[in-house]
Design a protein around this ligand. Sequence first.
Ligand SMILES: Nc1ncnc2c1ncn2[C@@H]1O[C@H](COP(=O)(O)OP(=O)(O)O)[C@@H](O)[C@H]1O
Ligand SMILES: [Mg+2]
Length: 255
Amino acid sequence: MIKVENIYKNFGKKCVLCGVNLEVCSGQTLVILGSSGAGKSILLKTLVGLIKPDSGSVTIDNVDITKCAPSDLQKIQKKMGYVFQEAALFDSLNTFENVAFGLRTLTNLDEQGIKNRVANCLAMVGLKNVEHLKPASLSGGMKKRVAIARTISYKPNYILYDEPTTGLDPIMADIISDLIISLKKQLNVSSIVVTHDINSAYKIADKIMMIYEGKIIFSGSPEEVKSTDNKYVQQFIKGSSYGPIQQAYRIFEME
Ligand SMILES: Nc1ncnc2c1ncn2[C@@H]1O[C@H](COP(=O)(O)OP(=O)(O)O)[C@@H](O)[C@H]1O
Ligand SMILES: [Mg+2]
């Protein structure tokens, strides 16, 4: 289980995470919605110990990773898969080597074991005959799928996805949403997905939270998101420039 209690993270004087609390139960998918700059990526990075919060705790399988020894943090990190926002593949490595990378460093599999596991993971994300291709030859959707194959290759218990559908056409975005659901069922993983893709959120979430200026301002089921009268959530799901969010970004006429 992942439990976050009252975490704060400042960069200079700017409070990026200002008292965030959340909990993900076993086998569930939590979606965190929020606009650009709301603190979504920073929150995910604190959950895997890439960023240390200034205060508060992040407890994963009963270990507070903000206070534990580096060796305990490494053990926890092996249970966590992170799908980065820009896929973050190694440009100089082909697809096979990109997926095999974690297996070579995190497992004791021999070469045949690695081959089998890579083939299995690529099949699970719906990719065939791409082992020899480098990232530059892959479409955006293929890159995301290779990144997901790499993440599931070492069988994590948790998967954190940073904007998995951003930058994809609506059909490919839906395919990635289906893939997230399929992996949850097949691997029985608990997932946290940060996104601003509301359609994907409705489809994949057991629970949805909305983060705004570093605070969780709403938490509920997809149905509760649709019916809430919270003005921030309403503005976000309508995708309107009018409302309480980001008034400062509104465009004014020249005087
Ligand atoms: N290393 C950093 N130094 C200073 N400010 C940062 C740093 N990383 C992120 N920020 C700021 O923190 C805020 C939240 O960033 P981020 O979590 O990346 O947003 P998003 O919700 O778009 O993923 C933004 O205002 C960003 O400019
Ligand atoms: Mg981000």
